[in-house]
Write a new protein. Sequence first.
Length: 181
Amino acid sequence: MQVLFNNVFRHNRLFNYVVIPLSVKESMVECQVGNNLFRELPLDFFERDWHIDTSISAEDLKSRILSYDKETPFTLAYEEYFEYDDGEKHAYIHFNDDITEKMVRFPIWRLTVCTKAERNNMINPFTMIMPAKDELIEQVKQDLDLMNEIRKSNEFIDIDDFRGFEFGLIKYLEKKYLRIV
């Protein structure tokens, strides 16, 4: 595994989920995830789903997060100070966070094409959000329609029994459509 400490890591799919690993205890990685926010992540998942972002200094991120309220996630500082914005529209796969659908057990997966500024007003940055390859928008839409149909037909299944399948769908989307940011 890459050098953990004193580095900033971003999640592969959830590109705006930013952490700074602090220690490894047994099979868990203790991470700072924001201003006075900490979380333990399983080491196996960390090795699989996270990558170092050498463009962000851990000290810079830590100093910038101090200007936010306590318990503010690094996500907000990342989006404001570190995320590259080319001003172009890009595709994002995300869960619908519409309050009218809060009672639906499996939120609908959506594809939204927008600029970074539009995205920040349209998509909750704390839901699953994955940048998708812009050139494959029509394929993404077709797959999401099919996946939403499959998910809806399995609404009656206990959520715990469905998690592995759900994760499989997410990994499929990642392998086929993930745009590296």
